[in-house]
Design a protein around this ligand. Structure first.
Ligand SMILES: [Zn+2]
Length: 457
């Protein structure tokens, strides 16, 4: 699991320190906003969403799902992106609960709710939206210092009326909520799934809201759940013949593995143990134990645990990937590269993240033939995960080790470009051009970076 951007609390800083590939976007440091990239979680949530988006007629709309590193229960739509908190994934006991939330959010998109704002946000960068919603201050500070990553286009809109944008984004009309609920039920029905999970989520949020003095969940603010709405929802949900339908066991297992990972990464051993106390020898419990051992600083202790898991489940790409990460941390890059290679060959979703991990491990071996191979793997991984700016650091390093200074500078330029540091990007692109053959593909790419116009406010 790779954190992007910043963590606020001390425990999170510790987490950040031990996460490989983690990096900080300074503009967001004070607000503690962060995104998470993880091949396993992304693949699973995408799988939850795919049939729903299809049923909603949105499968060709380029809807992206963004994972937010936050322990509270939240999910919201902004532009073409559905943001979902790791806290929501952790709290949801079944895939169906998350699928229900995604169905409701898809209902807002398909219903064209706040369409005008959505069109404007479609061009905005992820972090700009996130900053606006979770803390406008962070974004303003970042924009002034020029260090705000990803959020140039759309910034004008968000800065001009950030308070308005935030309020609008976080609150739908009551009629829009009812419409989204009804649409969600339709999508669930079309895909043969139960609306029970969605009902459970809204009931839980409704209950929490009625308790005075309880911390208000962000999801409640954006999706008010008065009793009558829940009652309507329940009536509709129960009419379906799929109401009692359970998620397939294989999907439930993947869901539990995901929760194990999130619990271990964000809350450590104790929380992970608590989550699986009824079944401490189950695969998710063992997975959580291995990861928590790793994240608590004992990579060596984690190796035997992940080895046992991989041995019993040789075809799960994410177990190999995790093994690779642990081996990297334990200073065994040759074996790590083998583990990532296995993960890559098993990963049907062709996650760029796994391939970047493979490239990073190859690079770390320091063997010239591996470093050459690393360049290809990193480039291929980055071509599918363009905005994962940390990957360009490894690519730059690999090029530098091979003596390709121009390519190294171009990779550095790309890294700056995708974290929104356009001045630095131009600087390195210009330096790259001096060393690259004029008119070559790399030279032309450098020219694109130099010519890139930062969208005006
Ligand atoms: Zn809603």
């Amino acid at each position: 699991m790779r954190a992007i951007s910043a963590f606020s609390r001390a425990s999170r800083q510790l987490l950040l320190a031990i996460l490989s590939l983690a990096f900080i976007l300074p503009a967001h440091a004070q607000r503690g906003i962060s995104l998470v990239r993880d091949a396993e979680i992304e693949a699973l949530v995408a799988e939850y969403a795919r049939p729903i988006l299809e049923a909603a007629g949105l499968s060709r709309s380029g809807i992206e799902i963004i994972l937010v590193n936050d322990n509270s229960f939240n999910a919201f739509v902004a532009g073409r992106r559905i943001f979902i908190n790791t806290g929501a994934l952790l709290m949801a006991e079944s895939p169906n609960e998350i699928i229900g939330v995604l169905a409701h959010e898809a209902g807002h998109i398909a219903g064209g709710h706040q369409q005008r704002l959505r069109d404007q946000l479609a061009r905005a960068q992820t972090m700009a939206i996130l900053s606006t919603i979770l803390g406008a201050g962070a974004m303003v500070a970042g924009a002034q210092s020029g260090s705000d990553g990803l959020g140039r286009s759309g910034t004008g809109l968000l800065m001009g009326g950030s308070e308005l944008a935030r309020r609008t984004l976080l609150s739908y009309q009551r009629t829009e909520e009812a419409t989204a609920d009804r649409s969600a039920i339709t999508y669930l029905e079309r895909t043969g799934q139960s609306a029970k999970g969605m009902l459970k989520t809204f009931e839980r949020l409704g209950r929490a809201m009625s308790l005075a003095g309880v911390r208000v969940d962000p999801y409640q603010i954006s999706h008010p759940t008065p009793q009558e709405r829940i009652a309507t929802l329940e009536t509709l949900a129960r009419q379906s013949r799929h109401f009692e339908r359970k998620d397939p066991p294989a999907l439930q297992l993947r869901h539990d593995l995901m929760r194990a990972k999130i619990a271990a990464y964000t809350q450590g051993h104790t929380a992970a143990k608590r989550m699986f106390r009824d079944n401490p020898r189950s695969l998710p419990a063992l997975y959580a134990d291995a990861i928590a051992t790793f994240t608590s600083g004992s990579a060596r202790g984690a190796i035997s645990k992940i080895d046992a898991i991989v041995k019993a489940n040789p075809n799960n790409p994410y177990f190999h990937e995790m093994r690779g990460e642990i081996l990297m941390k334990a200073g065994r890059p040759v074996e790590a590269a083998q583990a990532f290679a296995r993960a890559k060959s098993l990963d049907k979703t062709r996650s760029g993240l796994i391939q970047i991990g493979y490239g990073q491990a190859l690079l770390a071996t320091g063997r010239p033939e591996n470093v050459r191979k690393a360049v290809g793997e990193l480039q291929a991984g980055l071509s599918r995960t363009k905005d994962f700016s940390a990957g360009y650091r490894y690519l730059a390093q690999a090029h530098a080790q091979l003596g390709n200074v121009g390519d190294a500078e171009l990779a550095t330029a790309e890294g700056h470009f995708y974290s929104g540091k356009y001045n630095d990007a131009r600087l390195f692109a210009a330096r790259a051009q001096q060393k690259l053959p004029k008119g070559s593909p790399s030279w032309l790419r450098a020219q694109d970076i130099i010519n890139f116009k930062v969208p005006k406010r």
